[in-house]
Ligand binder design. Structure first.
Ligand code: ATP
Ligand code: MG
Length: 591
């Protein structure tokens, strides 16, 4: 497989564990059939050329979010660094919530992040639903071996019998029915002879186990539901805790990495695979489940269900709304795959749940774009400036580097003329203390241009400033010998009014006002930031007319912006603010 190199793969407890596995030669005898399969099929294959096998197993019930990126970078990153492979497996065993749209979205997102799942001639793109037949055969095997039974209690009966954390459960009255009876019922369930909820298949483990997951967990239930891939071929569907370990074992996964909430499920994972290995269906060493702390990111939610709710209630503009921390949203916002991978490297992997500050993600974007994004000038809140001593029709050309750190990227040119747009906040009729920009009598430099002295302003009947007047010092132009004769403290940006490109700019901010909008089960909708999107008509450097969709720029003094990949038209780009130049949330001022 190929995957982008990570700048520094810092060690963590999972790497330590893999190092130990590899130095003990734990996987030395593994064989691979070239596709998922049973022990006998793998034994007939070749020695497995993948040193380790991990997998990323999304459920196709929504678009991936920044939390998934952590899991993707971890699983694909380990495979890359250890000479292994990471499978992409759709965990699509729940027919009700899944959809082809999400399958396509997930494939695109993982590729966009820079990873792929091929290894030699193996595609390694799998669907748990392709294992339905196998999963069912194992269910019959478990019944015949005495490890599972059909329970004919209803849901309430099953719940009541499970007990509590402090009280043991009680055995179902059907627990000891003969295997032949369970088997006959299981086949009838599969054949659609029984109503939903009338029977389930359960593992026979221990109703008194202190671990609730081992109190005869349900393995199969009846669902007359259309599946996005298997249609109506099945009316019984396996539970996650049953399908997942078996999918891992069929795929020869060595390290099955999941989030901490599955820690208590690990004994069931192991129980099931041990029973199937005892039956000769799988060889040891079996896949090993390893848990790590999920990503919680402040000022957002990392749950497909909650993100979906925002989409459905139209509180955002779809899954790829640039305020959403889905991968499609981040992409549209202007995030690069490199920035997201850098973020995942920086936050690392641990066993302790914590919240990561949104500022860490934003800083990763700045750090990635700083050396890459070309500079440009944008006036977001335009105010007219008239240079009164500049001839009416004269147009001259100013130049500036495309990127100060990369002189080889050359110079950009833009015209200067008598009327310019400047930022409204760069003029003050009565300057506050310490204000170095334009005010009557003061001199500033027009960035990449001349020095000007403010001579006054015009106002409308409400007292709003409509036009600022200034005189230009002809011998002060940047890059000429005279420039040094002027010592000015202010340096303001501008664009020529007659040449400027007028464009829509969307000034995005965090979607939520509160650092932990859904902590403790709270309704995150109460914490929505009403000012998370402000749209302005801005005046831009004319060359931005040619910006291509997804091209990123640093608008000087304002931040990083991207040409929107959906709404930009040839010659008429629309820009999204990806991130401001500095983190202004901590100081109480909003970017
Ligand atoms: P959600 O609740 O958002 O739907 P999920 O865990 O149900 O998340 P899956 O599609 O099942 O979504 O997740 C695929 C993989 O991504 C799983 O291995 C899961 O552990 C991992 N994952 C999901 N959310 C996070 C997160 N916030 N941090 C790290 N890994 C995550
Ligand atoms: Mg899930």
């Amino acid at each position: 497989m190929s995957a982008p190199a990570s700048p520094a793969s810092v060690s963590n407890f999972i790497r330590t564990l893999i190092d130990a596995d590899l130095s003990a030669n734990r996987f030395a005898d593994r064989q691979w059939a070239g596709h998922p399969g049973l022990a006998a099929q793998h034994r007939a294959g070749q020695p497995d050329s993948a040193k380790i096998r991990t997998r990323f197993p999304p459920e196709p019930n929504g678009y991936l979010h920044i939390g998934h990126a952590k899991s993707i970078c971890l699983n694909f990153g380990l495979a890359r660094d250890y000479g292994g492979v990471c499978h992409l497996r759709f965990d699509d065993t729940n027919p009700v919530k899944e959809d082809q749209e999400y399958v396509d979205g997930i494939l695109e997102a993982v590729q966009w992040l820079g990873f792929d799942w091929k290894h030699g001639s193996d595609e390694n793109l799998y669907f748990a639903s392709d294992y339905f037949e196998r999963l069912y055969e194992f269910a019959e095997y478990l019944v015949q071996a005495g490890h599972a039974y059909v329970d004919s209690q209803d849901a309430d009966g099953i719940r009541a019998g499970r007990g509590t954390l402090t009280e043991a459960g009680v055995n179902s009255p059907f627990r000891d029915r003969p295997a032949s009876e369970s088997l006959a019922l299981l086949r009838e369930m599969r054949d659609g002879k029984h109503a939903e909820g009338s029977h389930v298949l359960r593992a026979r483990i221990d109703m008194a186990s202190p671990n609730m997951n081992l109190r005869d967990p349900v393995l199969y239930r009846i669902r007359f539901a259309e599946h996005h891939r298997t249609g109506d071929a099945w009316c019984i569907y396996p539970m996650y805790d049953y399908a997942h370990p078996i999918s891992d074992a069929l795929e020869n996964i060595t390290h099955s990495i999941c989030t901490l909430e599955f820690e208590d499920h690990r004994p069931l994972y192991d129980w099931l695979l041990e029973r199937l290995a005892d039956g000769g269906h799988f060889d040891r060493p079996l896949p090993q489940q390893i848990e790590f702390a999920r990503l919680n990111l402040t000022y957002t939610v990392t749950s497909k269900r909650r993100l979906q709710e925002l989409v459905q209630l139209k509180l955002v503009d779809g899954w790829d709304d640039p305020r959403m921390t889905t991968l499609v949203g981040l992409r549209r916002r202007g995030y690069s795959p490199e920035a997201i991978r850098l973020f995942c490297d920086r936050i690392g992997v641990s066993k302790a749940d914590s919240w990561i500050d949104m500022g860490v993600l934003e800083q990763a974007l700045r750090d990635d774009l700083e050396g890459k994004a070309g500079k440009a000038i944008a006036v977001l809140d335009p105010l007219k400036l008239v240079i009164t001593n500049w001839p009416q029709d004269l147009v001259e050309t100013c130049t500036a580097p495309v990127h100060q750190q990369h002189p080889q990227r050359g110079l950009r040119e833009f015209p200067i003329s008598r009327e310019l747009w400047i930022e409204r906040e760069d003029f003050a009729e009565q300057p506050p203390k310490g204000y170095f920009r334009l005010f009557p009598g003061n001199m500033v430099r027009l960035r990449y241009g001349h020095v000007i002295r403010c001579t006054g302003c015009e106002k409308d009947e409400h007292g709003n400033v409509t036009e600022v007047h200034a005189e230009l010092m002809p011998d002060s132009r940047s890059g000429t010998p005279g420039a040094d004769n002027y010592k000015v403290k202010g340096n303001i940006h501008w664009v020529s009014a007659q040449h400027a490109l007028t464009a829509e700019i969307r000034l995005y901010d965090r979607l939520f006002n509160e650092p932990t909008p859904d902590a403790g089960g709270r309704d995150c909708k109460q914490a929505l930031n009403p000012d998370s999107c402000r749209v302005v008509k801005a005046m831009l450097e004319p060359s931005l007319r040619d910006a291509s969709p997804e091209q990123r720029f640093q608008f000087e003094r304002h931040g990083y912006f991207v040409a929107d990949r959906h709404d930009s038209k040839p010659g008429q780009p629309v820009f999204n603010r990806a991130v401001s130049l500095k983190d202004s949330w901590g100081s109480g001022k909003k970017g």
